[in-house]
Ligand binder design. Structure first.
Ligand code: AMP
Length: 306
């Protein structure tokens, strides 16, 4: 059991209506790993520069995330900076410095090639495809992407769609990728390009799952205050995939629905503070409590009380 994740390991500078933080630990693979590790073993594949703080590596090691596939290269770590206005669903990118990522070509260690679950976090789709060529028949392959790649490499993303089981993306990305204004049409169109399942995240409005059975809508966790949404998507994917992997990679509808709930709960923690500050203090009991609360809010009240 276990998941191999390939993605960015970053130093993020983020400004929200509630504060700002420079050079904080971030990156798609980091948020994913930290979240998925609550459920299963995780092997992180990525690259950092020589400037990457040792304390961040120690944090990931203490969490028992396998870092044998993380390279330290000459140069600076990938840096992303962005801000959010009152619509916290939309990150505005100010600057992306690929740095060591520019020459990154993921080569999986031998021990990673037989993983039964693979998550291709948000990176260049050519790199995502390269990883897929190195693994031997995983039971689940899921991928994420972002507006940058949809705009610059739509054909490579479509090629990726043919080779994965699940594509996870947010509502804006689903509309952009499919060219459809209706989210239902967007999900269906993307599914017709290959993935058996498409998950469309709608921020504070929950998530949709597209499958052969049609559309399933999962609610969002009713959080009163969102502080910094950075990493919510990757944390969601970590909870979603982590749960599926722990359940033996079963892709039946009931498991997928519960996985959506777990993804939602994990993301609800990340957005409460900057960087991984909140995730670092989460306990299993808190995860269980929020899962129960999410089930409660989505269950219909008795009709007789109407
Ligand atoms: P999300 O979960 O969608 O909020 O993703 C947030 C993370 O994506 C941040 O920690 C960033 O470091 C990372 N990120 C932003 N732009 C890119 C990019 N072009 N490639 C890879 N990772 C990125």
């Amino acid at each position: 059991m276990g998941i191999v994740v390939v993605g960015s390991v970053a130093l993020d500078s983020v400004k929200t209506p509630f504060g700002e933080r420079a050079n904080a630990l971030g990156g798609s693979a980091v948020y994913f790993s930290y979240s998925a590790r609550f459920f299963t073993d995780v092997k992180l594949v990525g690259v950092v520069g020589r400037d990457f703080p040792r304390a961040h590596l120690d944090l990931l090691r203490r969490r028992k995330i396998d870092l044998s596939g993380l390279r330290v290269a000459d140069g600076d770590t990938f840096r992303w900076s962005g801000y959010y206005e009152n619509d916290l669903n939309e990150a505005k990118t100010l600057d992306t410095r690929l740095n060591v990522f520019e020459r990154f070509s993921p080569d999986l260690p031998e021990s990673h090639r037989s993983a039964d679950a693979v998550f291709l976090a948000n990176i260049d789709p050519d790199l995502q495809l390269r990883v897929l060529r190195q693994v031997v028949r995983p039971k689940i392959v899921a991928a994420d992407t972002m507006n940058l790649w949809i705009a610059t490499k739509p054909d490579r993303l479509k090629a990726l769609c043919k080779e994965i089981d699940i594509l996870i993306l947010n509502d804006g990305e689903a509309r952009q990728f499919s060219g459809k204004a209706s989210l239902i049409q967007a999900g269906r169109t993307i599914r017709s390009w290959g993935p058996r399942y498409v998950v469309v995240k709608k921020g504070e409005h929950g998530a949709l799952l597209f499958s052969t059975r049609g559309v399933y809508a999962a609610p969002a966790f009713p959080l009163e205050e969102v502080f910094d949404p950075t990493g919510a998507g990757d944390t969601f994917a970590g909870g979603f995939m982590g749960y599926l992997n722990r359940r033996g990679n079963r892709l039946d509808e009931a498991s997928l629905h519960q996985a959506l709930f777990y993804g939602t709960v994990m993301a609800s923690f990340t957005v409460e503070k900057f960087s991984l500050d909140r995730l670092k203090t989460v306990t299993s009991a808190q995860i269980r409590a929020r899962l129960a609360q999410l089930h409660r809010v989505s269950r219909p009240r008795s009709l007789s009380s109407l």
